[in-house]
Design a protein around this ligand. Sequence first.
Ligand code: CO
Ligand code: CO
Ligand code: CO
Length: 315
Amino acid sequence: MHVPIDDNVLVGLATADDAGVYKISEDLALIQTVDFFTPVIDDPYSFGRIAAANALSDVYAMGGVPKTAMNIVGYPMANLGKQSLREILQGGIDTLKQADTVLLGGHSVEDAELKYGLSVTGFVHPLKILTNQGLNDGDGLILTKPLGTGIINTAIKAGLAKPETIRRVTELMSTLNRRASEILQEFPLSACTDVTGFGLLGHLAEMITNTTSGAVIETAKVPVLKEAVEFASIGFVPAGAHTNRRHREKMLVLTENFDPVLRDILCDPQTSGGLLAGCPEKKVSLAVERLRNEGIEAACIGYVREDAKNKIYLR
Ligand code: CO
Ligand code: CO
Ligand code: CO
């Protein structure tokens, strides 16, 4: 695919990053991203919150500050009526408010299947952009939200999740990556992305794929929703988790008898997942402590290793 670029394109299509970045001046660049999807949960207001938190996340992952947003709506008006749409949009607006981001407009079309999301524009200093490239040997890998939302959403759709599980996962998916991003920016990060549809291992693979380095994941340290372990154990694993795993199978090095449930969780597609950042080894524990002190369920889940040569070791 040939796409036009000019000298002001700082991040384009080549590295499958979270958003595009376009330089306006020596001290300002625009981050642009768009995300929309079909409902992950039944409650319209919560769906709106989650969709907005998810759309905003790519700006935080690039080290930027979101400023403006536009709604994107596909809606079956005859089936669902106006009230649900109002609640979805209100959820989006309330989440944008938390992000100090203004809604400028949007577009809606009649659609057989409900879809909602936003395009978001953010600001960043051209020298402070975080991309998914740049991990250094020895960096600690920090993850800022527990994994398992895809598995739990599958269980919710099957009617198996308890109300408190639904509440917990809804809160988690609605939580902005704003504070996590602000805290992480106090540290000299080498790279950053957010964990979404490709799962932890898929997004980590994108970070190392153009490098000579690899990673070692200490799986016992990866924060995981305990209900996700329960549901994955009885087979509630979304098809996307298997697709993600097959896609990156050649990069994965598993210990003998590696728990297949844990492997599926590490590949589970996340909705509005946490940030995944590379941080110099000496600063990692302080960064994790700062995040945890503010109630963010962050952990150092492993390290970048030059001698791991494009592989991800799970131990
Ligand atoms: Co992203
Ligand atoms: Co995205
Ligand atoms: Co990025």
